[in-house]
Ligand binder design. Structure first.
Ligand code: FEO
Length: 390
């Protein structure tokens, strides 16, 4: 296990989790990495630890450069377990003092117990020899205690989760992998984790926008050195809930009736030249759906009625969306029922609570959509397309 030098005297010493396939409800099909960094100076500093089972991998990379006991300070930018659950072991191995924001110290103590820690203030600078580290609080991006650390002379911004991707790779930089894949993983990450905090993303950006930055050193996935402008512009667009001229139709179906409705609605959208993606919820992970929600201007959600309620999978995804609060998008609700409805009302409640504008009347079909029902669904899709183009 070798460290990777990313600037003179600064090393990536993180861990690669090739087999991670789940991250609190989010399918991480490309695995992930926990990026920590080692800065050598008069005081040697580790930026973040890693998830607890990966501490030895990180330590092996550290040992390829220095004795871990020569580390003086550990900066904890974020207290979540994928970066901080390894802190107790890391402190035992290094004897280093941990620096964190005020809320960070509190969260670390509550999560991992007593450790030797010191609070740093927002904007505080720390000289570690020929280098200066500046601590920049970024509350709710994406925990209350989160902060960036800026290496002033090297112009490196350590951004913890921001700009990250669950993307395990033998490469370390954005220009060493396919940019489309990288942006897709960054979008999936934003849509599933950062989406509720767009206002706080913009506040964090305001604090760093005038800094000269050569490298965005993320806590997950690839570091950004060539496409910094692309990822920052994407973040600002996502934070503003900017969408594309496209629709998403998601649905679940018991005996195929709501599925036929979804197909007809998608056909109506497509007939107007508007791109549309259709996903059956049973067959699609919720994180893939959220990536499509992120860029779609209208989301149509369909469910059969089951026991006067929505189908369980539809409850799952609409509840997930409710928490992620994808504001600035329109929603449409549809579904089939037999002798008593209830699905559309339940879906509507979740979508409204999630910040969607319910811009269309609910479309329901009793039992199966015969010729007349299919025509209604196609017309419904046409109306969705018109609203996207207007
Ligand atoms: Fe990568 Fe919020 O933890």
């Amino acid at each position: 296990m070798q460290a990777v030098e990313i600037a003179d005297g600064i090393y990536w010493v993180g861990a690669l989790d090739w087999n991670a396939r789940e991250f609190h409800g989010y399918a991480t099909l490309r695995g992930t990495s926990y990026n920590s960094y080692l800065i050598l100076d008069q005081k040697n500093v580790l930026i973040d630890s890693v998830k607890n089972p990966f501490v030895e991998e990180m330590m092996a990379r550290v040992r390829s450069v220095i004795d871990p006991q020569d580390i003086d300070l550990i900066v904890s930018n974020h207290a979540e377990g994928d970066h901080a659950s390894g802190l107790p072991l890391t402190q035992q191995a290094t004897g280093a003092e941990i620096l964190a924001s005020k809320k960070g110290v509190e969260a670390l103590r509550l999560n991992y117990g007593e450790m030797r820690m010191r609070e740093v203030a927002d904007g505080e600078e720390l000289s570690i020899g020929k280098r200066t580290l500046r601590f920049i609080e970024t509350p709710m991006v994406h925990w209350p205690e989160s902060m960036f650390t800026y290496a002033v002379e090297d112009q490196i911004l350590f951004t913890m989760d921001a700009f990250g991707q669950h993307f395990c790779s033998s490469k370390r930089y954005d220009d060493e992998v396919d940019l489309g894949t990288l942006m897709e993983e960054a979008a999936t990450y934003y849509g599933n984790i950062v989406m509720p905090f767009g206002a706080q993303v913009k506040k964090a950006y305001a604090k760093v926008k005038d800094l000269p930055i050569k490298l965005l050193a993320t806590s997950h996935g690839l570091m950004w050195r060539t496409h910094i402008k692309d990822i920052v512009e994407a973040y600002l667009g996502w934070a503003d809930h900017r969408t594309e001229e496209r629709a998403l139709v998601i649905y679940d179906t018991m005996w195929g009736s709501t599925g036929r409705m979804a197909e007809a609605i998608a056909e109506g959208v497509r007939s107007q030249g508007v791109p549309v993606v259709m996903m059956r919820i049973t067959d699609t992970d919720r994180s893939m759906i959220m990536r499509e929600v992120l860029r779609s201007r209208v989301v149509a959600v369909g469910s059969c009625t089951m026991n006067n309620n929505m189908y369980p999978t539809v409850a799952d995804i609409t509840n997930y969306m409710r928490g992620l609060r994808p504001k600035g998008r329109k929603a449409a609700v549809f579904g089939s029922y037999g002798w008593g409805g209830g699905a559309t009302k339940a879906i509507r409640e979740n979508l409204e609570a999630g910040g969607f504008e319910l811009a269309f009347p609910d479309l329901e079909v009793r039992y199966a959509p015969m010729e007349e029902g299919v025509k209604k669904c196609i017309a419904y899709g046409v109306e969705i397309a018109k609203s996207i183009k207007s």
